[in-house]
Design a protein around this ligand. Sequence first.
Ligand code: ADP
Ligand code: MG
Length: 205
Amino acid sequence: MTSIDVQRWMREFAALIDEHADELTALDAAIGDADHGSNMQRGARAIVAEFDSAAPDSAAAAIKQAGMVLVRSVGGASGPLYGTFLLRMAATTTGELDADTFGKAVRAGIDGVVARGKAQTGDKTMYDALAPAADAFDRSLAAGADFAAALDAMVTAAATGRDATVPMQARKGRASYLGERSVGHQDPGATSAVLLLRAARRAVR
Ligand code: ADP
Ligand code: MG
């Protein structure tokens, strides 16, 4: 992944967010405050605008720029969390990302999400999509897959993790205020996390 590929990743992400904004908002309306679609849309569009005005000259700079934009432009919990994810990814990145360094950077990003939000497995958050996705990516690489195939495995595992949030009771974030009434709904952040990884898959040829 070069700087160009990271920019493509974020543009694909912005396109997927636009496509799914209503769905994300509807999911957040059920167990939150109905702003996840607009939060993600504001953030993703701001990243694209930033890349349009000043193209970053390395993969790490592009990821860092995207992370800073999310922290700065998204008011909800998800902005700082995704922003931290990207900033931690950037901090571990030197030069271009290959499959191995991408996996390590994603792992560092997830550690950042946990450091910031304290989510654990089963809390019904974006972590429930991201953590199994990183595991599947590593397993796939260890089994000899190339970058694209490992990303396919990652996206599949993220979607399974997202679906598994439906029966969970939320223990973090706004949805946790609902207690048992959060059960039976798909987590909005786990849903957008799948889109972020699907976008990465599209960016890697
Ligand atoms: P807000 O909850 O402030 O309105 P959003 O609606 O944009 O922010 O994002 C909600 C999503 O953020 C949730 O669906 C969940 O996946 C994620 N989230 C909230 N709190 C946490 C946390 N502590 N750790 C990880 N993810 C979290
Ligand atoms: Mg919300």
